[in-house]
Design a binder for this molecule. Structure first.
Ligand code: F6P
Length: 341
C-alpha cells in the first residue's frame, strides 16, 4: 500500500515527530510505501511531492516546523479541486492519506472521507482547541515559550513600574493564555470565551501596583471587550474565512494608560510560540499519534482521527473532531480568577 502524508494550517512543534513515527512504523512493521505531499492540501491538488522514507525522516524528531511545508489551501474553494485531488492520487498510485492538521485541514479531510477518499487524521494545533482530544501536540511547547516570556517580562515590569501586556495566540479558545497566565503568575488573563470589562482590568492593574508589584496581563489575540469588537490586523481573511488577528494587546495598553495614568506596554509573542524545537511532552504525544495513525490505516479504520483520552490514544470519527471547538470551560477560568489583581 502507498500512503500520502501532508501537514496543513499553521506550523506546529511536533509535526516532524508525527511524520517520522508514521513512516518508521509503516515501513518497518507493515512494509508500506510513502510519499510526502508538500504544503498542505496544495500538494495533492497540484501534485507537489517529496520522497518520504526512513532515510528522509531521520534526525527530524527535535526539529520544529514541518519538513513537508504547510499552507492554508482549501481545495473546496477551488473549481474542480476535489476531482483534481482524486485524479492526482490515482495517477501517483496513492491509496490513502494521513492528514495532520487543525480544524481547517481536518475539516477538508472529513469532507474528502465522505467523498470516498481513504484518510486518517492527526490532530495538531498549538491552540489546543480541537474537539474530542484532551490535548493536541504543540500546545505544551507554546505554553512553555509563553511562560518563559512572562517570567522575563515580570522583572522588567517591576524595574520600570510598568503594566506589561503579553498577547498570545488563541483565536477562539484561550487555552494558551489560561495555562501560561496561570503558570506565569499573571495579574489578569483575558480569553475569547469570557468578554472582559476594561474598567475591571484597570482595577486589577491599580491593585497590583499598590502591592508594589508591576502587573502582567496575558491576553489571547481573540479576547473581546464586553462593549467592543474583536481586533483584527488588517481585515483580510484566509481561504477558510479566518481574519488575521493581533492588536488587542496594543489597544488594551492605550486604554490602561488613559484610564489609570500608568505606563502600559505590549509584547506580542506571535509566531515565536510556534517556532523551534518541541518539548519532550509534545515529542512523545506526536510520536504516539503517528504510531497509532498508521495502525488505524493498517486496520482500514478510515475516516478516523487519533486522539488523546487521559493517557490512552484512541480513535474518534473525523467529523466529531471539527463539529465544534473545545473552548475553555468557565469553571477553569474561575479557578484562575483567584489570582487576579
Ligand atoms: O491556528 C493556530 C494559530 O496559531 C492561531 O491561534 C492564529 O490565529 C493563527 O494560527 C495565525 O497563524 P498565521 O499567522 O500563520 O496565519
Amino acid at each position: 500500500m502507498r500512503f500520502g502524508v501532508l501537514t496543513g494550517g499553521g506550523d506546529c512543534p511536533g509535526l516532524n515527530a508525527v511524520i517520522r513515527a508514521v513512516v518508521r512504523k509503516g515501513v518497518k512493521e507493515y512494509g508500506y510505501e510513502f510519499i510526502g505531499f508538500r504544503d498542505g492540501w496544495k500538494g495533492p491538488l497540484e501534485g507537489l511531492t517529496m520522497p518520504l522514507d526512513i532515510a528522509t525522516t531521520r534526525g527530524i524528531l527535535p526539529r520544529g516546523g514541518t519538513i513537508l511545508g504547510s499552507s492554508r489551501t482549501n481545495p473546496f474553494k477551488i473549481d474542480g479541486g476535489v476531482e483534481k485531488i482524486k485524479e492526482n492520487l490515482k495517477k501517483m498510485g496513492v491509496d490513502a492519506l494521513i492528514a495532520i492538521g487543525g480544524e481547517d485541514t481536518l475539516g477538508v479531510a472529513t469532507k474528502l472521507d465522505s467523498l470516498g477518499v481513504k484518510v486518517i487524521g492527526v490532530p495538531k494545533t498549538i491552540d489546543n482547541d480541537l474537539n474530542n482530544t484532551d490535548y493536541t501536540f504543540g500546545f505544551d511547547t507554546a505554553v512553555n515559550i509563553a511562560v518563559e516570556a512572562i517570567d522575563r517580562l515580570h522583572t522588567t515590569a517591576e524595574s520600570h513600574h510598568r503594566a506589561l501586556i503579553v498577547e498570545v495566540m488563541g483565536r477562539h479558545a484561550g487555552w494558551i493564555a489560561l495555562h501560561s497566565g496561570l503558570a506565569g503568575g499573571a495579574s489578569c488573563i483575558l480569553i475569547p470565551e469570557v468578554p472582559f470589562h476594561v474598567d475591571k482590568v484597570c482595577d486589577y492593574v491599580k491593585s497590583r501596583f499598590t502591592q508594589s508589584y508591576a502587573p502582567i496581563i496575558v491576553v489571547a489575540e481573540g479576547a473581546i471587550p464586553a462593549d467592543g469588537d474583536i481586533v483584527t490586523k488588517d481585515g483580510s481573511v484566509d481561504a477558510f474565512g479566518h481574519a488575521k488577528l493581533s492588536g488587542i494587546g496594543e489597544w488594551l495598553a492605550k486604554e490602561i494608560e488613559k484610564r489609570t495614568g500608568n505606563e502600559a506596554r505590549t509584547s506580542v509573542l506571535g509566531h515565536i510560540q510556534r517556532g523551534g524545537t518541541p518539548t519532550a511532552f509534545d515529542r512523545v504525544l506526536a510520536t504516539r499519534f503517528g504510531l497509532h495513525a498508521i495502525t488505524a490505516a493498517h486496520e482500514g479504520d478510515w475516516g478516523k482521527m487519533v486522539a488523546l483520552s487521559g493517557t490512552a490514544i484512541t480513535r474518534v470519527p473525523l467529523a466529531s473532531a471539527t463539529e465544534k471547538l473545545k473552548t475553555v470551560d468557565p469553571s477553569l477560568y474561575r479557578e484562575a480568577e483567584i489570582f487576579f489583581g
